[in-house]
Design a protein around this ligand. Structure first.
Ligand SMILES: C[S@@+](CC[C@H](N)C(=O)[O-])C[C@H]1O[C@@H](n2cnc3c(N)ncnc32)[C@H](O)[C@@H]1O
Length: 502
């Protein structure tokens, strides 16, 4: 994933959001332990955005990926080569072995923490993000082939930041009486990339006091530092024409920011100086000290390489949050992935059955095979889909029912025009939610991007913001994206959890 991402401050600035629209944090109800099995929830009713997206493509627009089988010889052009039943059985057995091997490897990865030798996934991800060029704001606004997608993703991120960085006073009765804390926010951005969200935080409804950005890619962290310096030089305006200054019309004043090169999913952040200073809770009890918001935008899918990494990531998030604090983010939508995978496997099974039928009705004539004319059945393709601007491709077999069990280690390769070409991992939603509850994180909000659009596009604040960001046509109200971009953004969902009071 990800995604889109993109490091873009918007020219248009959101109006102050009334954080008191939010549900106050509640005491948690305990739920079942994280999904060893992952019950599938049907995807939400298609909104116009998702409906358009799915109308437009079938899940197989990408050339199929085949598993290589050894010893295949070329068949003679124009003549169908034939093989004996015994040969065919041997080939089938080899194919089965290959599939079993891939499945075993996948299982081993799931239980032993990731791809290949320790650290290799992180090296791949780091190398990739370090090599993505920073092309500058003007290029992104004018030349980019995915400018509609970039703006839309930025609008979703702004909306989530605005909605869930509330000014809440947690003293008893304060919420009911509409009392605001006047606290300044402490924000931890895990997988902050090049600092694309700095401007968005500058516009948060509550003023940010400290922003801590962490990322595994050192070049990205350098670029984030540059971006922050630029912000300081511009005197606090979030972007061109930015209002700056955030909550209740305060004068622009830039928050303090610190940046760290850190693998904040696989490694503990507890011993970092700044984390200790802000406060980190290790036990089961929530603490009044800690960050107000932890954000992981288009990054958390890297943590689902293994159960250990996913748990370490949640330990970091939960430990760093104060009670009532929010954990917000955007991730690939596992329901969408599951639907594509299920459809793919169903079609594959139908093709297999058809082939079998043909064999029965037209058995190969024994003894006709000529020397060197062994035809091996083609290896099965693996699940893949996409369009001209993005592709998803699983390297091995996927579950026939589209339900990912166990919920870790399901690698796919994701490519997005101009932005990403890296391995990612499915984040099976129900398993993630259940696991989060074990870390005292209670779900407050979860919506596919299509639904975020449908529910917020006419909101006074967020609808107007969408217009200013060029996401929505001012005259017609239409979404400003190509069908390919709409399909690509429909791959994602946004969420917010809060740290319960215990
Ligand atoms: C698609 S980018 C998103 C960047 C930023 N959050 C945004 O929305 O613009 C994903 C980021 O996650 C970072 N990342 C991946 N694995 C990480 C890890 N284990 N620890 C910290 N950062 C990681 C990558 O280096 C990359 O910068």
């Amino acid at each position: 994933m990800p995604p889109n991402e993109e490091h873009e401050e918007h020219e248009a600035q959101p109006q102050v959001f009334n954080a008191h629209k939010l549900q106050p944090a509640r005491k948690r109800r305990r739920s079942n332990s994280p999904g060893r099995s992952t019950p599938k929830v049907s995807s939400p009713a298609p909104s116009s955005l998702s409906a358009k997206a799915h109308d437009n493509t079938s899940p197989n627009t990408v050339a199929s990926n085949s598993v290589a089988t050894s010893g295949a010889q070329q068949k003679r052009p124009g003549k169908r080569a034939r093989i004996s039943e015994a040969e065919r059985a041997r080939v089938r057995a080899r194919q089965q072995d290959e599939q079993d091997r891939v499945a075993r490897e996948q299982e081993a990865r799931a239980s032993h923490g990731g791809q290949g030798p320790p650290g290799s996934l992180h090296d791949v991800v780091k190398t990739h993000y370090n090599s993505v060029p920073e092309r500058g704001r003007d290029w992104r606004k004018t030349e980019s082939k995915i400018k509609g997608l970039r703006s839309f993703n930025n609008w979703v991120k702004s909306t989530i930041i605005q909605k869930f960085s509330p000014d809440e006073d947690h003293t008893p009765g304060a919420m009911e009486r509409g009392i605001q804390s006047n606290n300044e926010l402490l924000v931890l951005d895990m997988g902050c990339g090049k600092g694309g969200d700095l401007g968005k935080w500058q516009q948060a409804p509550q003023r940010v006091q400290l922003y801590v950005g962490m990322d595994i890619a050192d070049v990205s962290i350098d670029q984030a530092k540059d971006r922050y310096r630029d912000m300081l030089n511009r005197g606090g305006r979030g972007g061109r024409g930015g209002r700056g200054g955030g909550y209740r019309g305060h004068q622009p004043r830039i928050f303090d920011a610190m940046f760290f090169v850190k693998n904040c999913f696989a490694e503990s952040i507890e011993d970092m100086d700044i984390i200790r200073k802000v406060g980190f809770s290790t036990g089961h009890m929530s603490s009044a000290r800690g960050f107000d918001v932890v954000s992981t935008m288009f990054a958390m899918h890297y943590a689902f390489a293994s159960e250990d990494i996913a748990k370490q990531m949640l330990r970091n998030v939960s430990g760093a949050l104060k009670k009532g604090g929010r954990f917000i983010g955007t991730i690939p939508n596992s329901h969408v992935i599951g639907e594509y995978v299920e459809k793919f496997n169903k079609e594959l099974e139908e093709k297999r059955a058809k082939k079998e039928m043909e064999k029965v009705s037209k058995p190969a004539e024994e003894g006709e095979a000529e020397d060197g004319e062994v035809e091996e059945p083609e290896a099965d393709p693996t699940a893949n889909w996409g369009n001209d601007i993005y592709t998803v491709r699983f390297p091995g077999p996927t579950p026939a029912d589209g339900i990912f069990r166990p919920p870790f280690g399901w690698k796919y390769n994701y490519w997005l025009e101009e932005a990403v070409e890296a391995p990612e991992y499915v984040v099976p939603w129900e398993a993630f939610r259940a696991l989060a509850e074990d870390y005292n994180l209670e779900l407050q909000y979860h919506k596919p991007f299509a639904e975020v659009w449908e529910t917020e596009k006419d909101d006074r604040e967020f609808g107007a913001l969408a217009e200013r960001m060029g996401v929505k046509d001012r005259r017609t109200g239409e979404l400003q994206m190509t069908p390919e971009e709409i399909e690509a953004v429909s791959f994602y969902a946004a969420f917010c959890f809060y740290k319960v009071y215990i």
